[in-house]
Write a protein that binds this ligand. Structure first.
Ligand code: KG4
Ligand code: ZN
Length: 333
């Protein structure tokens, strides 16, 4: 089995995955409550918390699976992209464990871990169109197999989750904004506000959310957010304006490239409205939309451990000297 650590941002996590791809234990310590008071993640605070939480989490995950350190076949850690001071914590500990146990080390790209997460519990990785919608990235890729990815499109400004987080902040909802907007949108009319959907003639698979943010900003002085029905209408309209381009572009890309499966991952893929709309749009075109379980969509170490196993099986290894890279690109992974 493989032990993986995830400390790319504000979640400290450890998990064990079997060679068959089953998550045998997974533990996470969320720092959301700490960073919420600042309205976002404070890097220095995040890395200090990772240091104190990593060791107890590793011990807890080994206990949960009933295994000892010497039974671990390889150690892995997220090495980018992310906050460099956070990445260093998990990567240093995984490397130290690998050296001490004389076992291989695998450096894992956080976006690759998100990308492969919908395959957890479905056996190995199969060709698909991949859509990653997280707090920092919106990426549309062709997934030919483990380690073989082709970039089709990405965001030109904010990521989908980032747009939700920023709009939530504008309307007085706490961080992280995605789940708050989903909650506030319940019962709201998604057509109440006519917010823009990005479209680029020269790059049909690129995304943009800056126009949406500006439209919401102009709308705010005209409405009463203290009225719960108005807030619900606004959030439902924002939610669809974020979701609709994701679905339209992913379905178009899948149809053009003949992919029958779309694997959707990243924190925003927890969103129930996004899931429901993807299932409906997929069914209309004979395309299957697959998602990870919600706890594997937001940052976690299970997806990192699973990715380490897939890469190991594909014969991919990392040198112990591999440095963390805050801007590590998925396609160069
Ligand atoms: O993948 P993730 O946990 O971290 C990154 O790698 O960025 O994604 C976090 C993002 C945040 O922007 C958060 O607002 C969003 O995922 N998110 C959601 C939901 N849950 C988390 N967005 C919409 N609906 C949700 N239920
Ligand atoms: Zn993430």
């Amino acid at each position: 089995m493989f032990l993986a650590l995830e400390t790319s941002c504000d979640e400290t996590a450890a998990a064990l995955c079997s060679l068959e791809g089953h998550i045998l234990g997974s533990r996470l310590h969320s720092q959301i409550a700490i960073h919420r008071q600042y309205g976002g993640v404070v890097p220095e605070v995040a890395s200090r918390n990772h240091i104190t939480k990593l060791r107890p989490l590793v011990e807890a995950v080994l206990d949960e699976a009933g295994v000892c350190l010497s039974e671990v076949q390889a150690f892995a850690a997220t090495c980018g992209p992310g906050l460099v001071s956070s990445l260093l914590m998990g990567a240093s500990m995984a490397k130290a464990l690998a050296v001490a146990q004389n076992k291989p080390f695998l450096a894992i790209n956080h976006m690759e871990a998100h990308l492969l997460s919908p395959f957890i519990g479905r056996g190995g990785v199969t060709p698909a169109l991949g859509l990653i919608v997280s707090g920092g990235h919106t990426l549309l890729v062709t997934l030919h197999g483990t380690g073989q990815y082709e970039l089709l499109g990405s965001t030109r400004d904010d990521a989908a989750g980032e747009a939700l987080d920023k709009i939530a902040r504008m309307i007085g909802l706490p961080y992280p904004g995605g789940p708050e907007i989903e909650r506030a949108a319940r019962g709201g009319n998604p057509q109440a506000f006519d917010f823009p959907r990005s479209r680029f003639a020269d790059a049909p698979f690129d995304f943009s959310y800056s126009g949406l943010k500006t439209s919401v900003l102009y709308e705010l002085p005209k409405i009463d957010l203290k009225n719960p029905a108005t807030l619900a209408d606004l959030c439902a309209s924002v939610q669809d304006a974020v979701i609709d381009p994701l679905i339209d572009k992913a379905i178009l890309a899948a149809r053009q490239s003949g992919q029958q499966v779309i694997a959707i991952s990243g924190g925003v893929s927890c969103n129930q409205r996004l899931r429901q709309k993807f299932f409906e749009a997929g069914a209309a075109h004979g395309i299957m939309a697959i998602f990870a379980a919600p706890h594997l969509c937001t940052d976690n170490a299970g997806m990192v451990a699973y990715t380490a196993v897939q890469r190991f099986k594909a014969g991919l290894r990392s040198p112990l000297a591999q440095e963390v890279d805050p801007n590590w690109s998925l396609v160069a992974a």
